[in-house]
Ligand binder design. Structure first.
Ligand code: ADP
Length: 236
């Protein structure tokens, strides 16, 4: 669905944030990008969304170069990257309605709100929402135009354990519907439980990939140990 081949990206003249980074996310799978703060996870997601242009290398979405076709590609991608910004004085429905008008689509706003667990909010302004409610609204906005690929940057941040569990089950059901998810986190346990593949981003590239089928049941402990060792740069 989306493929990075040997991608390098630097901001201004700094050391590259990504260097010779390659990864491939098959259609209908959940790929969890794990790395320390500052590892380049958001940068990678912005490149995938066509918000940034790679310095070298290529990113393809369904075999189309992303940057050159970004307007076309963005119709099939839903993203939640960076802190979501809303019209604070408007309700969730009004915010989604405006987004829909902008995207020239007409998804089912009430259905999407229900899907992300934002019910009983009536016409409350977004300014009265908790952090978790804002996260859900941002995910609803990303889903509104029925994208094939979802790019989510730290979606579990700031949620309580119940909220994390609810989002995890939402992401699993989206994957079952056939959507492809590329999700970042700096907290290991958060997304590993729902991912098909976990990629460790370190030193500018995917240092190692874990295929979660290989770590069922008791293998989970070994998985966590191996991931932490990779993140610390230990040789096992
Ligand atoms: P992560 O999402 O893993 O925390 P980021 O992709 O946000 O990592 O950032 C990677 C590095 O790039 C950090 O050192 C950050 O300071 C730097 N960076 C991110 N965005 C910019 C920008 N717009 N201009 C300059 N440096 C940036």
């Amino acid at each position: 669905m989306i493929k990075f081949s040997d991608v390098t990206k630097a901001y201004q003249t700094d050391e590259p944030v990504l260097a010779h980074c390659s990864l491939s996310v098959p259609e209908g799978s959940v790929y969890a990008l794990v790395g320390k703060n500052g590892a380049g996870k958001s940068t990678l997601l912005k490149l995938a969304a066509g918000f940034l242009c790679p310095d070298y290398g290529e990113i393809r979405f369904q075999d189309m170069p992303v940057w050159e076709n970004r307007e076309r590609v963005q119709r099939d991608i839903g993203s939640m990257i960076d802190l979501p910004v809303f019209y604070e004085h408007l309700s969730a429905r009004e915010n989604l309605g405006l987004h829909q008008a902008y995207m020239q689509t007409n998804g089912n706003i009430n259905g999407i709100l229900k899907k992300v667990g934002l019910t009983g909010i009536n016409d409350k302004p977004v300014s009265s929402f908790s952090y978790g409610m804002r996260q859900r609204l941002a995910i609803a906005r990303a889903l509104l135009h029925e994208p094939k690929l979802l790019l989510l940057d730290e979606p579990m941040n700031g949620l309580d354990p119940l909220g994390v569990e609810e989002l995890r089950s939402l992401f699993c059901s989206l994957a079952r519907e056939g959507k492809t998810l590329l999700v970042s986190s700096h907290i290991l346990g958060d997304i590993a439980a729902m991912a098909d593949t976990v990629g460790i981003l370190s030193g500018g590239s995917i240092r190692r990939e874990f295929h979660m089928n290989d770590y069922q049941g008791a293998g989970k402990e070994l998985f966590e140990k191996e991931v932490l060792a990779e993140m610390k740069g230990d040789i096992l």
